[in-house]
Design a protein around this ligand. Structure first.
Ligand code: S3P
Length: 448
């Protein structure tokens, strides 16, 4: 991991079409939640298809430090022996969540209503990210948090001794904040209510129901009202993690912009709270089809087929779609650079507090490779180069962000000249097989 070691530059060379099948790793959001809920159930949860990226491995380590037994049985196959709601032990040392905002925020929620103190830290990227969006609502349960200025890590969270249930309206569209409050609500008596004005990914709600919690979701004019009854005994589950739509985005988008490509990406979770990118790509004129549509473990799943699409057009992406594709804007901005006309992306200020400021990183990375972009606090736009193509030939800075690294490498596969990223190390957080997989499809990736 480059966040703990030297930077690993990587260069993507153009000129190779991509063909074949791209089996992308398991869903990161569902993988974190499988380990955490498994640790809060009583008995053994079995997981297959777990993403073995660094972010999720750090959550597994965290769960062990909280007293759960977490066993690695084989590739993607894990067993978690849970300690039950309220059963967490106090970790003996710091909990280092590495690069993962989801890991640290969900763990803070999960321990917030237990009488233990935990000190969390992370890598240089995570230590810059705001934690008060989570610790503010957790304080209503009686939890205390002591961090650096601006609510930054390292931070000690002191769990509530005698938690009270909470009613909270999430002020930013964030599944991490919603999930932290719900996980904290598990060990509080009575009903915890979360109001979400804008729908975000709903894996926590679906999985809590699967683990046997009493949870109801109502849709009203002010948004989604989620009501959780506290102090359940969670029942262990057998979980098959679907493949990650956010990882599928990379081979899909690469195939759309690289001449001669035709790639099948099988078994992708298409939960509507996650699938906004695919709708957007089709709106732009992408040759993207869903084959073998089915349901697996309560989630819609399909095989995606993406073919080179030389006639894509820039569009205005509806702001209300942002939450369902929030992690996909970096790779969408690359596709937009190859489309004809301007692509406008409003309503995306959350991108500024991800693993890095993703608007700034993509503006810098694409500009260094001959693309014209514009940005404001809450939006950015890309002037598509259409048939004249993206020049490439530049270096892009990764800012410890896996999705910036992958997006700029794919840009390099389709540009006129190679593109180098200064550090491909962070890719291991979510897509450890990225380089092998793209090489097997025909891409030419190498050391810078
Ligand atoms: C995630 C929620 C999103 C997303 C992240 C995963 C989750 O973050 O960007 O990659 O698993 O809950 P926010 O909650 O900050 O929007």
């Amino acid at each position: 991991m480059s966040s703990h070691g030297p930077a690993m530059p990587m260069t993507a060379h153009p000129g190779q079409s991509l063909t074949g099948t791209a089996e992308v790793p398991g869903d990161k959001s569902i993988s974190h939640r499988s380990l955490i809920l498994g640790a809060m159930a009583v008995g053994e949860t079995r997981i297959t298809g777990l993403l073995e990226g660094q972010d999720v491995l750090d959550t597994a380590k965290g769960m062990r430090a909280f007293g759960a037994e977490v066993e690695h049985l084989g590739v993607g196959e894990w067993a978690v022996h849970g300690v039950g709601v309220g059963g967490f032990a106090e970790p003996l040392d710091l909990i280092d969540c590495g690069n993962s905002g989801t890991g640290v925020r969900l763990l803070m929620g999960a321990m917030a209503t237990s009488p233990i103190s935990v000190t969390f830290t992370g890598d240089a990227s995570l230590r810059k990210r705001p934690m008060s969006r989570v610790t503010d609502p957790l304080s209503q349960f009686g939890t205390q948090a002591f961090g650096r200025a601006g609510g930054r890590l390292p931070m000690t969270v002191v769990g509530a001794d005698d938690p009270v249930p909470v009613q909270y309206t999430v002020p930013v569209p964030s599944a991490q904040v919603k999930s932290a409050v719900l996980l904290a609500g598990l060990n509080a008596p009575g009903k915890t209510v979360v109001i979400e004005p804008e729908a975000t990914r709903d894996h926590t709600e679906r999985m809590l129901k699967g683990f046997g919690a009493e949870i109801e979701v109502e849709r009203q004019d002010n948004g989604r009202i989620i009501t959780l009854t506290g102090e359940p005994e969670l029942q262990p589950q057998t979980i098959a993690v679907p493949r990650d739509p956010s990882s599928a985005a990379f081979p899909v988008c690469a195939a759309l912009i690289i001449p001669g490509s035709d790639v099948l990406v099988p078994g992708i979770g298409l939960n509507p709270t996650r699938a906004g990118l695919f709708t957007t790509l089709r709106d732009m004129g992408a040759d993207l089809t869903f084959e073998n549509e089915r349901e697996e473990g309560g989630e819609p799943v399909a095989d995606l087929r993406a073919k080179f699409s030389p006639n894509m057009k820039g569009i205005e992406v509806p702001a209300e779609r942002a939450a369902s594709m929030i992690d996909e804007y970096p790779i969408l901005s690359v596709v937009a650079a190859f489309a004809e006309g301007k692509t406008e992306m409003p309503g995306v200020k959350e991108l500024r507090v991800k693993e890095c400021d993703r608007i700034d990183a993509m503006v810098k990375g694409l500009s260094a490779n001959g693309v014209v972009l514009d940005e404001g606090a809450d939006w950015f736009s890309v002037d598509g180069m259409g048939p004249s193509g993206v020049p490439g030939g530049g270096v892009a800075e990764t800012f410890l962000d896996h999705r910036i690294a992958m997006s700029m490498l794919i840009c390099g596969m389709a540009a006129k000249k190679p593109i180098t990223v200064d550090d491909a190390g962070p890719i291991a957080t979510s897509f450890p097989i990225f380089s092998e997989l793209f090489t097997s499809l025909g891409a030419r990736l190498g050391d810078a």
